[in-house]
Design a protein around this ligand. Sequence first.
Ligand code: TRP
Length: 442
Amino acid sequence: MSPTRILTGITTSGTPHLGNYVGAIRPAVAASRTAGVESFYFLADYHALIKVQDPARVQRSTLEIAATWLACGLEPDKVWFYRQSDVPEVQELTWFLTCVAGKGILNRAHAYKASVDKNREAGEDDDSGINAGLFMYPVLMAADILLFNANKVPVGRDQIQHIEMARDFGQRFNHVYGEEFFDLPEAVIDENVATLPGLDGRKMSKSYDNTIPLFVPRDALKKLIYSIVTDSRAPGEAKDADNSNVFQLYQAFASAQETAAMRQAFADGIAWGEAKQALFERIDSEVAPLRAKYEELIARPADIEAVLRDGASRLRARYAQPTLTRLREAVGLRDLSLASTGTAKKAAKASLPLFKQYRESDGRFYFKLVDGERLLLQSVGHESARTAGQLIGRLKQQGGAALHDAGNAAVHLGDELVGHLHEGVDLVEVVEALAQLVAEDA
Ligand code: TRP
């Protein structure tokens, strides 16, 4: 079984706040460490342009968000971490999907419709002030997802409709071009993840201007926490934990035990100042080490740039470019010197041998070489997806001739143990399979 692919994008239009951290970053980093998944996290900077047309802000937000995810523990050699605009295949796929997407479906997208409704209320033209980027937003998002055949897409509720649209566009493309090019993704909504209240008690959100930025300096954090709106109950008066922003924020950072103790303190009439002090210390104890890391990272933007570029370039070579080659062929953007092909060519392609990469429950990275249903070769484990991918690259480049059987079905490339032949498989079959791949690439 190939691993489940989990993919999510973060629009680079703001500064990460505590709500983003608790609602998205912290659970995503934890999930990225689960065995048996291949994770994709990317900075959706093309999406940012729909809303933000201040270039300095787009750049700054991209830097801040990248540094935040890295500071919070995302490991760029274990997950795919990249910037959307470094993968131009996203744009090409967007166009292919645009040409199968029903315009009527886009008319019904919530974000677009909300803008139209606003215009109507204001007595304006339906589409007044609405750019076509907002209208096409769901197609771009579908391309992000379908390009990598993501299975699960963790998102907020407001994004569910977009995932449904991605399924729809993917299905249409599969149907029009007569093959299962795309797996259909599913939205994942984590019911356990808290929505944090902001300073004014409404949901913490950039659009309400009530956020606590994740990495403000310690004293600024304290100031912000002390400015959280509370009721006017005096010290000694019992306080209602369930309706308190201070308590809800505390709960999002505290253990079950700490939370129970705080609930008791509320009932016993803890003073607001004291509750806020406890909240501040609790948040700061979790955030302070991350903040230190963040400050280190953000002081070296060239290093972050290099991490992002490296992620995108490996990802393009591994998935995006081969996929687009296949899709261009599928839609008829083809080499004119090759005979026009119908299904015959498709059948031949489907039966090509294939390297499949995956991660095991031991946390290591593996690949296998398969020919149709037949497993030929099973690799040894690698520390990172990169070293596994590089070995595949060398196998493809050097072909089967460089392989030798070291006995006990162990297959070597030079001095390196690649893996083991599957039971009943002869090395000759592997050599032949590689020859087919090399011929295909040429
Ligand atoms: N639209 C998403 C948001 O605003 C961001 C995003 C862009 C995304 N592309 C994506 C999320 C692909 C998941 C998958 O939250």
